[in-house]
Design a protein around this ligand. Structure first.
Ligand SMILES: [Zn+2]
Length: 110
């Protein structure tokens, strides 16, 4: 699945979280061996098929990807809240049915 086709068709919502990393390349003679690390490099961490994937994010797309991740998170939160409201409404509805049945049984008993 290729979510990022080009800069003009970035999705409005993307799962995962944008993370920034500084890299040590491992060459003993490199400046990074003395603590001057390479980067920053940006990645989007996302769960896919049960494991966490690390997707490189181009510098030019960092802000858009960050917004898309935020939007996805907000949307997921809205969906969770809505599901909870749906469950509460359903329970209230079932409770009122039970009340009605009890009321009918009481009226029939009288
Ligand atoms: Zn290095």
């Amino acid at each position: 699945m290729n979510e990022i086709k080009n800069e003009n068709s970035l999705p409005k919502k993307l799962p995962g979280a944008l993370c920034v990393q500084m890299i040590r390349c491992g060459k003993p003679s490199c400046k990074c061996a003395r603590g001057e690390l390479h980067g920053p490099y940006f990645y989007r961490f996302v769960w896919r098929k049960g494991r966490q994937r690390k997707l490189y994010v181009r510098r030019a797309e960092v802000e858009l990807i960050r917004q898309a991740c935020d939007e996805y998170r907000r949307e997921a939160k809205r969906r969770r809240a809505q599901r909870m409201i749906d469950r509460l409404n359903l329970r209230a509805l079932l409770d009122s049915f039970a009340d009605m049945r009890a009321l009918i049984a009481q009226m029939q008993g009288e």
